[in-house]
Design a protein around this ligand. Structure first.
Ligand code: AMP
Length: 389
């Protein structure tokens, strides 16, 4: 093997990773995928590209050991080949990081300075970078930013209607889930160059959820904004909310800023409305009226925002569902599409039930697709590109 690259995607209590070998053509091919669980019972699991379990081991309690275990696993699988780079999904790139970068100490410091823009997510992105830098100082590390894909949105779309001085301080809409959207834009070009050149809304519906309006594969609007709280109803995040509610909670209910942050990020969304679970599978299996109401709200808001983005695009040629819910929940896809029939969306019930790639009916004015996303592959590709610069 000429070399390999590892892509890391750090979440709230786990790090997903993919190990890719680089073939003679220079393209990354998946060797294994895994999860480093950093919760109460640290654990490292990995599966081969064909799904076979390769590794499942409890880890000792300190963080350095966790990443040491990950490096041992990787180096065991690449044999004599070299690890070319470790690439990281980084949630916030602010205004300056609009393409993947080599993570030098200065760059890491600059990324850390963006923490006030993403106080929960940015430290999670930085932890594996620091851990790997300490363990393998010579290893090339690359940062790939979730905000970067949305650098093409117009100033009007990016603007929030506050006094201008706040815009100069970075208070604007950035958008997130960019690595997922970049992957989908690439797949769409492979599936249909004609559709890729047109007007598409991509619905990334996972635990975090957002929509992206693309024209010719480039972002022109998106539902997340200054933070990853905006837009759709999510697993535990509220999505768009009247700022007057926040003033009420602060002024009348005396909630502290820290508790408000926790409420908005961790206790709201599907979990808050249902009072049962943030997990779509659990809610879909429940006949509790609160679970049904939570799903109705999820669908209502996803359809409403899709229509809003179709307006930004002056119409809609293609709708793509992706991520955990978008790829796996036929009833949610069907319910969202039913609310978009007036836009010409018609789905084929059998194709939808079978999770086919093409789920729209032949007479649908809008092509509806289900495309599994792959953020780690985008990180791997970008990291390789930076390693060649
Ligand atoms: P993600 O953040 O992309 O991993 O997506 C997580 C969400 O996808 C959770 O709400 C899961 O309940 C949901 N999900 C995963 N599989 C299914 C499924 N088969 N049916 C419905 N929802 C699913």
């Amino acid at each position: 093997m000429p070399g390999a690259v590892i892509a890391l995607n750090a979440g709230s209590s786990s790090v997903k990773f993919g190990l890719y070998e680089v073939d003679a053509s220079g393209r990354p091919g998946l060797i294994l995928r895994g999860v480093l669980d950093l919760g109460d019972a640290p654990r490292l699991t990995a599966k081969a590209a064909n799904g076979a379990l390769l590794h499942d081991r409890k880890l000792a309690a300190d963080e350095g050991a966790h990443f040491g275990g990950l490096l041992d696993l990787i180096e065991g699988h690449i044999g004599g080949g070299s690890l070319i780079a470790a690439g990281h999904r980084i949630v916030h790139g602010g205004r300056d990081f609009i393409r993947p970068v080599r993570l030098t100490p200065d760059v890491i410091e600059a990324i850390e300075k963006l923490t006030p823009l993403a106080p929960l997510h940015q430290p999670r992105s930085l932890a594996p970078i620091r851990a790997l830098a300490a363990l393998r100082p010579e290893l090339l590390q690359v940062g790939c930013f979730d905000t970067a894909f949305h650098q093409t949105i117009s100033r009007t779309v990016a603007r929030v209607a506050l006094p201008r001085k706040y815009e100069a301080e970075g208070v604007r809409r950035y958008g997130f889930h960019g690595l997922s959207y970049e992957y989908i834009a690439g797949r769409l070009r492979e599936i249909s160059p004609r559709l890729a050149a047109g007007r598409t809304v991509v619905a990334h519906l996972g635990n975090g959820a957002s929509l992206c309006a693309m024209r010719d594969g480039k972002s022109v609007d998106t539902t997340m904004g200054f933070s990853a709280l905006d837009g759709l109803v999510m697993g535990t995040r509220c999505g768009s909310i009247d700022p007057g509610v926040l003033l009420y909670l602060l002024q009348e209910k005396g909630i502290s800023p820290d508790n408000l942050e926790h409420l908005l990020y961790e206790e709201s969304g599907l979990l808050g409305v249902s009072g049962i679970s943030a997990d779509m599978r659990t809610l879909a299996a429940s006949d509790d009226p609160r679970a049904i109401e939570a799903l109705e709200l999820f669908v209502f808001r996803a359809a409403r925002e899709t229509a809003a983005l179709a307006n930004t695009l002056d119409g809609l040629d293609c709708l793509v569902f992706t991520a955990g819910i978008g790829e796996n929940s036929a009833p949610i896809r069907s319910a969202i599409c039913a609310k978009l029939e007036w836009l010409g969306v018609r789905i084929d019930a059998a194709a939808n039930q079978a999770h086919a790639e093409l789920i729209s009916a032949p007479d649908s004015a809008v092509t509806v697709l289900v495309i599994p996303t792959d953020e780690e592959l985008v990180v791997a590709r970008c990291s390789l590109a930076v390693s060649r610069q």
